[in-house]
Design a protein around this ligand. Structure first.
Ligand code: ZN
Length: 222
């Protein structure tokens, strides 16, 4: 098993003080950094995505330009490429990130799977190239880009978990509904502590199997 952490859109515009701020977004950034530093062996690959829109035009109807945003399909301008709003939140330790995905150039793109890495490969291609079987999803926002990315990870055949204490949504009600929807689709919805406990139990069971096999082999030789 090869597991990746997928960090969705932990950017200044999606956190406190940004143009499309999610309450608690800054705490998510700090929480993800703390989680990765505390559990350095949990992931073989760490991927982060950024919304990366064009400065001109409405990005395929994604930015509200003539009317007020409806906060469902149209949004205030956000995460324009090259601006401070598009940068990662400063509490996210970017030295821990192996692959950077950019998405949304000239169009709406909720899922990280719609973006490409610096080498031009899609996220699915990057996961394939590294044999990633399992994906944990964290970041912003639960009811939009986390949801779309988690569903796409499932769609490309990965085992998927969403870590509930490391996500925040635009709207609390729709975020809870989203977690229930994802659970119904076969995505595990679990806290980061719960996820680590599961993995530790699995590793202990694997080690016990190896011990048992080793003992059997040893006996056969005698
Ligand atoms: Zn966007």
């Amino acid at each position: 098993m090869t597991r990746a952490l997928l960090i969705i859109d932990v950017q200044n515009d999606f956190t406190e003080g940004g143009s499309l701020a999610v309450a608690g977004g800054g705490a998510v950034a700090a929480g993800i950094t703390d989680y990765l530093r505390t559990h350095p062996d949990e992931y073989q690959l760490v991927v982060a995505s950024r919304d990366w829109h064009d400065a001109t035009g409405d990005n395929g109807g994604h930015f509200a330009t003539t009317e007020d945003p409806d906060f469902t399909v149209t949004w205030p301008a956000h995460c324009v490429a090259g601006t401070p709003g598009a940068e990662y939140h400063p509490a996210l330790d970017t030295s821990l990130i192996d692959i950077h995905i950019r998405k949304g150039q000239g169009k709406p793109a909720y899922s990280a799977f719609e973006g490409t890495a610096d080498d031009g490969m899609t996220l699915a291609e990057e996961l394939d190239a590294r044999g990633v079987t399992d994906v944990d999803v964290v970041g912003l926002a639960t009811d939009y880009c986390v949801r779309a990315s988690a569903l796409d990870a499932l769609g490309v055949g990965r085992t998927v978990r969403v870590l509930t204490d490391l996500v925040e949504g635009v709207d609390p009600v729709s975020s809870l509904a989203t977690l229930a929807e994802l659970a119904g689709d076969g995505i595990e919805v679990v806290s980061s502590d719960g996820a680590v406990a599961e993995d530790d139990a699995e590793a202990a069971a694997d080690a016990a199997d190896v011990d048992a096999a080793g003992t059997t082999a040893g006996t056969a030789h005698e």
